[in-house]
Write a new protein. Structure first.
Length: 294
């Protein structure tokens, strides 16, 4: 399920003046297809049923620790920029997507707590103690994570990380991604449903941010295919596939099945939208067919 996500979105976050503010301007170049999801098979890599050819020595950005594409494992979640050549996807860039990297706060029966968020392990088996650092692959399900892989990091000296969907608060409650408190952030010019990746130092129940990014892919993408769980609709009807940055609105919130894993497509930050810059109608239709985007 490595290739579950193809999307275009531009989001900006304001941070405390002491922190870095990162913006990316993309001009020219090839607009690829973005795929985010869980790796289910190797050889090439198979994600969301899509076979993607890789070059083994292609660096995987965001990986913990640093790896190349040939070292990817089933269960890891990634964001792939892919080009369709004939009927074959070829990876142009791969980013490892880790909802959480940090110390274990508590160990439960079939679960862990990391940075204030509960991780449901399912059938995964990992022997860790409180204080051990882990890197978590998986999907946000409401304010919890359904883990698809857990990696023990006994020698990790890097920062803590939280990646997922940002929702606006009432200005009184602290900023959060899932159940993880994001300290030090003063969100500005960001809308609910946007993707955010925060790095910093672990604090009880969350992270003290030192760096913030708002892009999921390493290069421009057009159509997005995303696997994950729907969020519960906000009071204004907004909902998203968590972690994707793709949003939509509904006036029938009871119809959004937030507990069911789903695969959805979109572009320009919107679910069910397929207009994409620099792609012809024929190219869009070919990609939609290949990805089974309705």
């Amino acid at each position: 399920m490595l290739l579950r996500f193809i999307a275009v979105a531009a989001v900006f976050l304001g941070v405390h003046p002491a922190f870095a503010e990162e913006k990316e301007e993309r001009e020219g170049g090839i607009v690829g297809t973005g795929i985010v999801g869980e790796i289910t098979e190797l050889g090439s890599i198979l994600v969301n049923g899509q076979k993607i050819e890789i070059i083994n020595d292609l660096p995987v950005t965001g990986s913990v620790p640093d790896i190349t594409a040939g070292a990817l494992k089933p269960g890891q979640t990634v964001a792939v920029v892919a080009a369709l050549e004939g009927e074959t996807w070829k990876a142009l860039g791969i980013r490892q997507v880790l909802p959480l990297v940090g110390p274990v706060e508590a160990v439960g029966d079939g679960s862990l707590s990391v940075l204030g968020t509960t991780i449901d392990l399912g059938a995964l088996a990992i022997a860790v103690d409180e204080g051990d650092w882990v890197a978590v692959s998986g999907f946000w399900r409401s304010e919890r994570i359904l883990a698809t892989a857990i990696e023990h990091l006994p020698d990790w000296q890097g920062p803590a990380q939280v990646s997922g969907t940002f929702f606006e608060t009432d200005g009184v409650l602290p900023a959060r991604i899932g159940a993880s408190e994001i300290a030090g952030i003063d969100p500005q010019h960001i809308s609910s449903g946007a993707f955010a990746h925060v790095t910093g130092a672990p604090i009880p129940g969350g992270i003290d941010a030192s760096r913030l990014e708002t892009t999921l892919f390493d290069a421009p993408v057009g159509i997005i295919q995303a696997e994950g769980f729907f969020s519960d609709p906000e009071p204004d009807g907004l909902y998203t596939v968590l972690g994707s940055g793709l949003i939509s609105y509904t006036d029938r919130p009871e119809m959004v099945q937030s507990g069911t894993r789903t695969i959805q497509c979109g572009a320009n930050g919107r679910l069910g939208v397929f207009t994409a810059n620099d792609l012809s109608p024929e190219e869009i239709e070919t990609i939609r067919r290949k990805l089974d985007c309705l």
